[in-house]
Write a protein that binds this ligand. Sequence first.
Ligand code: URA
Length: 286
Amino acid sequence: MARQLDPATRNALVERVRFYRDLGLTEFYRRPVDPALLAVELDEPQTSGAPSFPLASAEWVGDPGPHSDPMEDQPISPRKSISAPPEIAAGVPAADRAAALQMIRDEIGDCARCALHKGRNKLVFADGDPNARLMFVGEGPGADEDAQGLPFVGRAGQLLNNMIAAMGLKREQVYIANVVKCRPPGNRTPEPDEANTCMPFLFRQIDVVRPQVLVALGATAATYLLGHRQPLAGLRGRVHPFRGMQLIVTYHPAFLLRDPRQKKEAWADLQIAMKELGLSKAASSR
Ligand code: URA
């Protein structure tokens, strides 16, 4: 007998298929279902936390977070040159990474190093697996992130979750952080002095997690990670060697929400990341 899907799951599936279509994926294959597996799946309680399917876009609430600026493809002016700290020679052992990240968090403390602390509700340090092979870097917290103290939990975060799922991964398997850890007023782009004050902590987080692949989401992340300004168009679509890792630049999800036609380009960038990580395309169509 055909399995009846509950309306929420059905809507989520429809949204997922629409999302793949927006990315340019139009062919889908159904794998035969092993009845034994289906029985287990049906018996399994639903876990709380991240939904097993992305939320429908109609359910997305709140603002998309920073980077509501239409200048996605424009370089950011860092005003003074950004000097990245020297690379750490030896990586932190996997078992010590969570503690090493906590030390960075403790050092940041109740930060008042730049003006952004004045409007902050919660400082947004990061989210995800300290041993992740894939890390995403955004611009800075928006209203939802500022309220929850977690990166990418608003509307742009839902799209990022979809992008991660399309890669065949779960959000919990990646590490997510931002250029600045406090919300810029009105979601404006962080000022160079704000970004430059916060970047040393991000570099340390990156060096601890040492992901194989780092994805810079948008021009702000790309500029401050690479240390030079260049239009996004010239940075996308290839791998940049970065502190012994591979950096890929793509559009910010908030930009993709405003211009969904660019999702196809973003998907092409994510496929480069998948190739570097040895993730198969087949895995992503699950
Ligand atoms: N936009 C970002 O750049 N970062 C977040 O955490 C949320 C929205």
